[in-house]
Design a protein around this ligand. Structure first.
Ligand SMILES: Nc1ncnc2c1ncn2[C@@H]1O[C@H](COP(=O)(O)OP(=O)(O)O)[C@@H](O)[C@H]1O
Ligand SMILES: CCCC(=O)OP(=O)(O)O
Length: 355
């Protein structure tokens, strides 16, 4: 039986869409959203109709009939912690993402738009390997402050897909290997996957600085800044996510632009950019202790993994731990499609979302 799957992946300034017929990609398109147009909306949630309508008109203009779709999958958003794999989108998930997401993020729209379009044509909608997959061990949850329990938010979809690819490349089963994956994109996350489970992570506000995020910063100074009266809450959040990291130090979140400056002799750019690699390497070292150094592969993936300059800085610091595999780019659209295909074929069961 043939299946056609529409994949929806909303990012901060783009919505990527693709249609897969079984394993074959029929097309993949990035719909760009004008930054001035996005600023018209108070919240990301308010962009729902604009993004959904844009997808539907794109499909219509290109002659794709949505009635032919077997299922729709969206990138999973900021839910309370969930399991890995697929979830069928239901009313409870929709209510959570619309009204009480863990925090605002463009990916919250993935499930919502998938559900809305799927209900027009009466097919199922799913999310797969949500950013909120949480398989941390009990010991990893202790933060040092009883009011704050550690939880997991990271680039699960691409990180798991790359780990599976590397396992396959070496003729091994994903569930047999232990690896550390660093996703090097606009946001950076590092995670350790032991025999199919992502048992600890270093990401986001606990992680390395990244093109648009501050990462882990000294807490006492951060508290002082929050109460300094200089910045409101929204601005402080933006300093951590959106306008932190390379953007704050160098006024660009494009790693390629930073590399051009370094090639032209900009020593400050070099210091900050190498600090980002240094922090990624430190994160890998830290997670290596979680599995007592027993690691089969370290995997570098995401857009910045295309850069030899950047990956070489990491490799020189971590190659004593395990062999390093470079898997540049991200595999999110294919991973969403293939995960859904396994569900449609009955090779994998979708979880039911409950709270
Ligand atoms: N060839 C390259 N060399 C260095 N950096 C790159 C290259 N290609 C893309 N990047 C950087 O990758 C980052 C985006 O990574 P990507 O994984 O595509 O995004 P995201 O995780 O934000 O969806 C940007 O900082 C971009 O400049
Ligand atoms: C670290 C959680 C996932 C995430 O932030 O995704 P983006 O980098 O795509 O925003």
């Amino acid at each position: 039986m043939d299946y056609k799957i529409l994949v929806i992946n909303p990012g901060s300034t783009t919505t990527k869409i693709a249609i897969y017929e079984n394993e074959r990609e029929l097309f993949c398109e990035t719909l760009e959203h004008d930054i001035n147009e996005l600023e018209r909306f108070q919240t990301i949630q308010d962009q729902f109709h604009m993004r959904k309508d844009m997808i539907l008109s794109f499909l219509k203009d290109k002659g794709y009939n949505i009635e032919e779709l077997s299922a729709i999958v969206g990138r999973g958003g900021m839910l309370p912690p969930v399991k890995s794999g697929a979830y069928r989108v239901n009313n409870i998930m929709v209510d959570r993402l619309k009204n009480r997401p863990a925090f605002e993020h463009a990916s919250n729209l993935g499930a919502l738009i998938a559900y809305e379009i799927a209900s027009i044509i009466d097919v199922p909608s799913y999310i797969y390997d949500s950013v909120r997959v949480d398989e941390l061990t009990d010991i990893a949850r202790i933060s040092g402050m009883p009011d704050i329990s550690r939880t997991s938010t990271n680039h699960v979809l691409n990180s798991r897909a790359m780990a599976m690819k590397v396992a396959k490349k070496h003729g091994k089963n994903y569930n047999e290997i232990t690896c550390i994956v660093a996703h090097l994109g606009g946001g950076i996350s590092v995670n350790v996957q032991k025999k199919g489970k992502m048992i600890d992570i270093i990401a986001d506000d606990e992680g390395p600085l990244s093109p648009e995020r501050a990462g882990r910063v000294p807490c006492k100074a951060l508290i002082d800044l929050c109460y300094s009266g200089k910045y409101d809450e929204r601005t402080m959040h933006r300093k951590l996510r959106g306008s932190g990291g390379l953007k704050a130090y160098l006024n660009t979140h494009d790693a390629r632009e930073v590399e051009k400056r370094i090639e032209n002799g900009d020593k400050h750019a070099e210091l900050v950019y190498e600090a980002m690699a240094y922090q990624v390497a430190k994160g890998i070292g830290e997670l290596a202790t979680v599995v007592e150094g027993e690691i089969d592969y370290i995997i570098l993936t995401g857009g910045i993994a295309y850069s030899e300059m950047f990956t070489n800085w990491i490799i020189k610091r971590v190659k004593f731990i395990a062999p390093v595999e470079i898997m540049p780019g991200e595999n999110e659209m294919e991973s969403l499609a293939l995960g859904t295909l396994r569900v449609l074929r009955g090779e994998e069961e979708a979880n039911e979302y409950i709270e």
